[in-house]
Design a protein around this ligand. Structure first.
Ligand SMILES: *[C@@H]1O[C@H](CO)[C@@H](O)[C@H](O)[C@H]1NC(C)=O
Length: 366
């Protein structure tokens, strides 16, 4: 009897001890290995990574309160945190992301963002952390390719690899990320085509792939992304027609396809669709007339069709639009009288420059 009570007390005592000390030794070892591959010379954030309890006061590390496993690594080189104010500068780090990070197999958020100097590859083993929800390494010098098995991360909601030096193709498995909401691969060296079945990413609300070397055509399946609000494919080498499906989406409000090699006519759906606030098709090889499909619900903060091969007149329906903030029709082959109406009142000559024979206010009278 006495022994049982004693053993129970001992068990409770041990449980309390382990809860207080927190941080499994293997997580702690993995964090220290991760740290050993990085150099952060200006702020000293890793000085806080000392002592046994990695769940307490280790800068950027958080643990699950119950399991005491490491769930978050959140290291941002640009933030409001007072340490940056104190240092009077933004963060800078060199080194690489040590694959030992993958031993932290309860990780949910990995943010290693805006350190400018972190290089090396994204460890492929990251795709074996099933709990991962956020992977954000924006603003470093990471090279190599997107791990081929990225599609394994079934809980992933945010994938932000923007502003790095990542090359190779977009892995086909990416479209398996059925919970992905925010995809940002902008400003890398990605080549090859956008997967044809990109439209499988049903939860996607932002898809930013600008400033890469992507080729091929824009997948029509993107039209199935009924939550997509922001699509930026600008500054690539995409060719072919603009899928008319892009004008039939539910919530798409920003569409940037500028600086590509797109050809053919502008789908009329794209201009008649009233949810589009920002549309930039500048610097492509679009031809034919501008569809005359604007209406009283048309509201564009930006409508940039400059540097194409558009011909014919400026559609008269454009004068019935509620609002056009920034209109650029310059550097085309348009001809005829500029329509009169309130959307045109504030526009100056540069909106119409370098066409074949446009006339009327703000250009010379017809
Ligand atoms: C549209 O895209 C062009 C070419 O990429 C860019 O120069 C221009 O600033 C963009 N227009 C607006 C209004 O942002």
């Amino acid at each position: 009897m006495g022994v049982v009570v004693l053993l129970n007390l001992l068990a409770v005592f041990l449980a309390v001890i382990s809860a207080v000390s927190g941080c499994s030794p293997s997580d702690r070892a993995a964090l220290l290995a991760f740290r050993s591959s990085l150099t952060e010379p200006y702020l000293g954030i890793f000085n806080t990574w000392s002592g046994d309890n990695c769940c307490q006061n280790w800068y950027g590390v958080s643990c699950d309160p119950t399991s005491q496993r490491v769930t978050d690594i959140s290291l941002r080189g640009e933030s409001e945190d007072p340490i940056f104010e104190k240092a009077g500068r933004t963060g800078y780090m060199t080194g690489s992301i040590n694959p030992t990070i993958c031993k932290l197999d309860s990780l949910s958020n990995v943010v290693i963002a805006d350190w400018k100097g972190i290089s090396g590859e994204l460890p492929a083993c990251l795709t074996s952390i099933p709990s991962l929800r956020v992977l954000d390494v924006v603003g470093n010098k990471i090279s190599g390719e997107i791990p081929e098995n990225i599609g394994n991360l079934q809980k992933l909601t945010v994938l932000n690899l923007a502003d790095n030096a990542i090359s190779g193709g977009i892995p086909g498995s990416l479209v398996q990320l059925s919970n992905l909401k925010h995809l940002d691969l902008s400003n890398n060296q990605l080549s090859g085509e956008i997967p044809k079945d990109f439209g499988k990413l049903k939860m996607l609300s932002r898809a930013l792939l600008a400033r890469n070397k992507l080729t091929g055509s824009i997948p029509a399946s993107i039209g199935n992304l009924y939550r997509l609000a922001d699509l930026d494919l600008s500054r690539n080498q995409l060719s072919g027609l603009i899928p008319e499906q892009l004008g039939k989406m539910q919530v798409l409000s920003t569409l940037n396809l500028d600086s590509n090699l797109l050809s053919g006519q502008i789908p009329s759906t794209l201009l008649s669709y009233t949810g589009m606030g920002i549309l930039n098709l500048s610097r492509n090889s679009l031809e034919g007339r501008i569809p005359d499909v604007f209406g009283a619900k048309s509201y564009f903060m930006v409508l940039d069709l400059s540097y194409n091969n558009l011909k014919g007149p400026i559609p008269s329906s454009l004068s019935s639009a509620v609002f056009i903030g920034h209109l650029d029709l310059s550097h085309n082959h348009l001809c005829g009288a500029i329509p009169i109406g309130s959307p045109f009142d504030h526009l100056a000559a540069p909106s119409f420059d370098n066409n074949d024979c446009l006339c009327g206010n703000p250009l010379k009278t017809c």
